[in-house]
Design a protein around this ligand. Sequence first.
Ligand SMILES: [Zn+2]
Ligand SMILES: [Zn+2]
Length: 366
Amino acid sequence: MQAAVLRSFDLPLQIEDVTLAAPRDREVMVRIKATGVCASDLSTIRGKTGSDLPLIPGHEAAGVVERCGPGVSKVKPGDRVVLSWAPNCGQCFYCQHSHPTLCDTYVGAAVSGGLWDKTSRLGPTQSPLNHYSCVSSFAEFAVVPEAGCILIPDDVPFAVAALVGCAVTTGFGAVVNDASVRPGDSVAVLGVGGVGINALQAAALSGAETVIALDTNPAKAETALLNGATHFLNAADPATPDALRALTHGRGVDHAIECTGRPTAMSAAYALTRPAGTVVIVGIAPKGTDLTIPAIGFPGSKKRLIGSIYGGGIPESDITRILSLYRAGRLNLDTQIGARIPLSRVNDALTWLEQGVLARTMIEFP
Ligand SMILES: [Zn+2]
Ligand SMILES: [Zn+2]
């Protein structure tokens, strides 16, 4: 099959002919139809997360089941599926304690660059390529754990399903599961990007009265307001903290959702949250950086500072719920998709992402 391979952090992705082994026990081969280019792909490709090479990136994807390995009962060839980038085992400590996104089996696989058994199906046996988050969708096909396949209704376009596979679920879940926003609350979303847009929509859908979008790029105001923000503030403006407090009875917001991955924005999210409020950190910071907050005030602030990965809930049920809301017209996902390109132009999509182009680039396969 054709795949985009990362062999060096200093080189563009290379389109190569790659061998793909048959699915093993409880694994599924999926023909990829659409895969989004996400900021996490970009961080990995630029070497900010310290991944082992060579690998095939791509983790926000949907497609059609091509072939099933032994013991697969959840899906059959021809089924339309979205892929989870954190397929969980259901058996380990974290799966049994309501934190499936922390699944030991999945995390072990992701760190190893393999699937659940920590071996690769990509490339010849003597020189395998690493999988990326048990997906590796910058390729015509992927072999994934059965648990990573989530059925999608026939009327949901593959590109929309792919988007729900990462950005939508991450932003939606941060608001609904981790912040538990309630009607009448105030919410700040830092970073109007692929995830932040979905945090804004989820805050509006949850009945938040005040939804404040913050970004250092004022050109993002229009998009923020179209996606549920009631206000937009320029995060680079020194007057912004006072402006935010003026919108929240002088207290700060009930919930801040940090979606930029910049440690300075994480500190700002903490500072902009009212006492006893909730700070949710979603953005992935570069390896080796620290988050700093004033220690002296922390006990008395009673703030909750929590990390959120993949929406913090049960990805499979969240994805199913989000697709239902989309079909009911309650979430606007179509306008989040921008350019649709073939795999051969994947490096263009990475450049656009670095330049801050807002809409998601979708790689589509005929
Ligand atoms: Zn992603
Ligand atoms: Zn598990």
